[in-house]
Design a protein around this ligand. Structure first.
Ligand code: ZN
Length: 197
């Protein structure tokens, strides 16, 4: 069953591979990711957050499941251009309850493919730009905590330690597999997922 993985799960640091094919399995995974995203009141979710080491994300900047026209599944997204600067509060579904200010570009131009294989070019501003940059970072193992200012890092320190402590405790109890096992599974998924896609 698909679920949102929490920091410090190794999948969040594992660089995702570009997709080479579109399949029913990919569509199903994307639909489940959208469901999870809405359920947890998120605006975006990247495949590595559910343990899939592939470059795709789901987004809805409104966070409203009724606004289907705002919803999208984007494959192999890349940032073409960034402009300006903005600072604002940012959260992440893999870090429940942790919000800190993060500086990001104010405008981004991105390229991606939709589930029909059409190439799209999208310009996003403000919250939209923040969202795209946050989700694309996930595909490269980069997390918003890496972008925190020194003050934000200090403010988040206890919460991050708690996430790490809880994760290691769950591993000790055998509720979460050891990191090496997870890494092995991720590498196996890299080899197995595309042909079945
Ligand atoms: Zn995130």
């Amino acid at each position: 069953m698909m679920k949102i993985l929490q920091y410090p799960h190794p999948s969040l640091r594992h660089p995702a591979k570009p997709l080479t094919a579109i399949s029913e399995r990919l569509r199903t995974a994307a639909a489940k990711m959208l469901e999870l995203m809405y359920e947890h009141r998120g605006l975006g979710l990247a495949a590595p957050q559910v343990g899939l080491p592939y470059q795709f994300i789901v987004l809805n900047p409104t966070g409203d499941p009724e606004q289907k026209d705002q919803e999208g599944v984007y494959l192999n997204p890349v940032v073409l251009d960034k402009k300006g600067s903005q600072e604002g509060d940012e959260g992440c579904l893999s870090f429940p309850g942790l919000f800190q200010k993060v500086r990001r570009a104010k405008t981004v131009r991105v390229q991606a493919y939709d589930l029909n294989g059409n190439a799209l070019e999208i310009t996003a501003n403000n919250l939209g730009a923040r969202l795209w940059l946050h989700e694309i970072d996930h595909l490269h193992g980069v997390l918003y905590i890496d972008k925190f200012s020194d003050v934000a890092k200090l403010a988040a320190r206890d919460q991050l330690r708690t996430f790490e402590y809880d994760y290691r405790k769950a591993q000790e109890k055998g509720e979460i597999p050891p990191d090496e096992e997870v890494e092995k599974e991720l590498r196996a998924a890299e080899d197995e997922f595309p042909p079945i896609l």
